[in-house]
Design a protein around this ligand. Structure first.
Ligand SMILES: *[C@@H]1O[C@H](CO)[C@@H](O)[C@H](O)[C@H]1NC(C)=O
Ligand SMILES: *[C@@H]1O[C@H](CO)[C@@H](O)[C@H](O)[C@H]1NC(C)=O
Ligand SMILES: *[C@@H]1O[C@H](CO)[C@@H](O)[C@H](O)[C@H]1NC(C)=O
Ligand SMILES: *[C@@H]1O[C@H](CO)[C@@H](O)[C@H](O)[C@H]1NC(C)=O
Ligand SMILES: *[C@@H]1O[C@H](CO)[C@@H](O)[C@H](O)[C@H]1NC(C)=O
Ligand SMILES: *[C@@H]1O[C@H](CO)[C@@H](O)[C@H](O)[C@H]1NC(C)=O
Length: 554
């Protein structure tokens, strides 16, 4: 009884004593208990510089993680493998798969990241009750306490404690929707700076004198355009698949084709007549010159209950072009993508994505987009760590939602030219920004709603919309942006100009409402007159739209 009261009133002592009583399992032991499932790879290779050996899985060179379920009385921390991804998979900027001598200096979207050893890591577990995640840093001599750690999105309000021995503990409440977050050690942040204070610049570094984009001394004339972990660590806690959801095919029936760990039988899978494909647990590999094209008989591809699937492009070259021998050849139609390898210009795909608890890591490269959402798609509770277009909507009746809103935790832009915005609709594939007479007033974008978006840190502006069609009924509500980079970068500025058709007839704009928009805690409204391009809001909206009330900022 006494202990209980003490616990209620002095929570800190409870934590300390909880930690003291904890056991951390030896070796590579994982949890496979009712309340917790973790994974490990004995083929983990700690190597943040070069490609990993065939059969191996890249393991974080910075972080170790363990998970404890509060549902167990034995207070045991189990290993949870921390995966790692590095720029260009350590291959350098090469063109031909597996050929280190095929290097190029053509831009592939990586600027300084490989030179300054930016890495991104994650771990993943399944849980049915609240859990603690224990994190330690390998080989670090720095003393860290809970006060040195920030969890983002910060609105999750997760409890962080330490044990005085440089181990950090994060409390992860159980959620049916899963919990996805970033653990950020404040002595492991990288400040991205531009080569200049003006609008078209690249990131620069002062670390590697013979590396790319080097300048000997960074000064205030090199605008800060982002601050992120140097070695990111993302934690993904997921509920087990619902027992009632019929997502796990029976692997003993003839309709199911079973794939065993090792080399994936790519050509067999393209011609099978089975309906299901079942990947047994373990590491499945494909060469850098092949990708999976399931036979049209296949309805689904899901791993077994209590397991999750992680796929990694570890062996591919960047922009692997499926029509060009998987060489690095940028193509919006043919470059490899996670689903549906081919995209036909001007044609709506019928591929519909319904997904939840999807996670994506590794935002080094300019073309790591989020998932493409065609008409009818519905996604929720997802985590994107992407280097380009994140939520991509192509079509109608698409829903993207998260009960707590959309949290943007890392965002950096080196240039005004890249449409650096939270919400964007642009013309770049078809027209130059000066060809303002190329709109088509026979088409209308109608009834689009964006709500509850919060961006942390230095980032882009609210919106860059080039209206190529009429706009009717757009609501942007409850958006807060923490900070812009210095104004001379131009990145802060939202754009919504007037476009016309070839005869000079402007598109029509009606019911475009921006409501409860904040920048740095200041609410931006027309009434407060702080919305303009040179004011706090940075909104460069065509004068006529504001004058006739077709766009309102309230
Ligand atoms: C444990 O896993 C590591 C990789 O992280 C591996 O190097 C080691 O050999 C494994 N130990 C055993 C006993 O398999
Ligand atoms: C960490 O703390 C220990 C014990 O207080 C101290 O001896 C050591 O110098 C500290 N290390 C660093 C890098 O500050
Ligand atoms: C660049 O930005 C910094 C920080 O705002 C400012 O102090 C400096 O004067 C600027 N330099 C130029 C050349 O604009
Ligand atoms: C658009 O929204 C309006 C107002 O809510 C509604 O009356 C109309 O049916 C919607 N149109 C479409 C195409 O969904
Ligand atoms: C927008 O924020 C306001 C004020 O915080 C809140 O009352 C409203 O419910 C929010 N809207 C939505 C759609 O959540
Ligand atoms: C930034 O880019 C936008 C869109 O390309 C352009 O309209 C604007 O003039 C640019 N701003 C600056 C300050 O260069």
């Amino acid at each position: 009884m006494w202990v209980r009261c003490l616990a209620l009133f002095t929570a800190a002592s409870l934590w300390t004593s909880t930690i003291a009583a904890d056991v951390t399992v030896p070796g590579n032991e994982t949890a496979d208990i009712d309340s917790l499932k973790t994974w490990w790879h004995n083929t983990g290779e700690t190597n943040y510089k070069t490609p990993v050996q065939g059969g191996n899985v890249r393991q974080s060179h910075v972080y170790l993680a363990w998970v404890k379920s509060t549902a167990e009385s034995i207070d045991t921390y189990y290993n949870s493998f921390v995966y790692e991804t590095i720029p260009r998979n350590g291959q350098g900027n090469i063109v031909i798969p597996g050929d280190p001598s095929s290097g190029t200096t053509t831009d592939d979207g990586v600027t300084i990241e490989a030179a300054v050893w930016i890495t991104m890591a994650w771990t993943q577990f399944l849980y049915t009750s609240d859990a603690w995640v224990k994190i330690s840093r390998r080989g670090s001599t720095a003393n860290v306490t809970a006060a040195d750690v920030i969890i983002r999105p910060s609105n999750l309000g997760l409890e962080v404690i330490d044990d005085g021995e440089n181990n950090i503990y994060v409390f992860v409440p159980y959620s049916d929707a899963g919990v996805r977050f970033s653990v950020e050690f404040q002595d492991n942040l990288y400040t991205y700076r531009d080569s200049c204070n003006t609008t078209e610049c690249e990131f620069v570094q002062d670390w590697v004198s013979d590396g790319p984009y080097y300048i000997p001394e960074l000064t205030d004339d090199n605008a800060i355009t982002g601050i992120e972990p140097r070695d990111a660590l993302l934690i993904f806690a997921s509920p087990p698949p619902s027992p009632t959801a019929d997502f796990v095919p029976d692997r003993s029936v003839p309709e199911t084709y079973v794939v065993y760990p090792g080399d994936v039988p790519v050509s067999d899978l393209a011609s099978i007549t089975n309906v299901n494909v079942y990947f047994m647990p373990g590491v499945h590999e494909m060469a850098a010159t092949e990708h999976l094209m399931l036979s049209s008989s296949v309805n689904w591809r899901v791993q077994s209950k209590r397991r999750v699937s992680a796929s990694s492009g570890e062996k591919y070259v960047y922009q692997a072009n499926t029509a060009g021998g998987y060489t690095n050849m940028d193509s919006n139609g043919e470059s490899l993508r996670i689903w549906s390898g081919h995209s036909t210009s001007g044609k709506q795909q019928t591929f519909t994505l319904t997904s939840w608890d999807y996670k994506q890591v590794g935002a080094f490269f300019g073309q790591t987009d989020g998932t493409t959402l065609y008409s009818g798609s519905n996604i929720h509770d997802v985590f994107y760590h992407s280097g380009d277009d994140t939520i991509k909507v192509y079509g109608s009746e698409i829903t993207v939602r998260d009960p707590d809103g959309i949290e943007v935790i890392h965002m950096r832009y080196s240039s005004n030219g890249s449409h650096p915005s939270i919400i964007g609709a642009n013309q770049v594939y078809e027209y130059a920004e000066t060809e303002t007479d190329t709109a088509d007033p026979s088409l209308t974008v109608r009834n689009v709603t964006f709500q509850n978006i919060r961006a942390q840190g230095v980032g882009g502006n609210l919106m860059r919309i080039v209206p190529l069609t009429n706009y009717e009924g757009v609501l942007i509500e409850n958006v807060s942006l923490e900070q812009f980079s210095v104004r001379t970068t131009g990145i802060y500025r939202s754009e919504l100009p007037v476009w016309t058709d070839g005869s000079g007839q402007p598109i029509s704009m009606s019911g475009f409402v921006i409501s409860n928009f904040n920048v740095g805690g200041v609410q931006i409204t027309q009434a407060a007159n702080n919305h303009g391009p040179n004011d706090a809001g940075g909104l460069n909206i065509a004068y006529e739209y504001l004058a006739d009330g077709s766009v309102t900022i309230i």
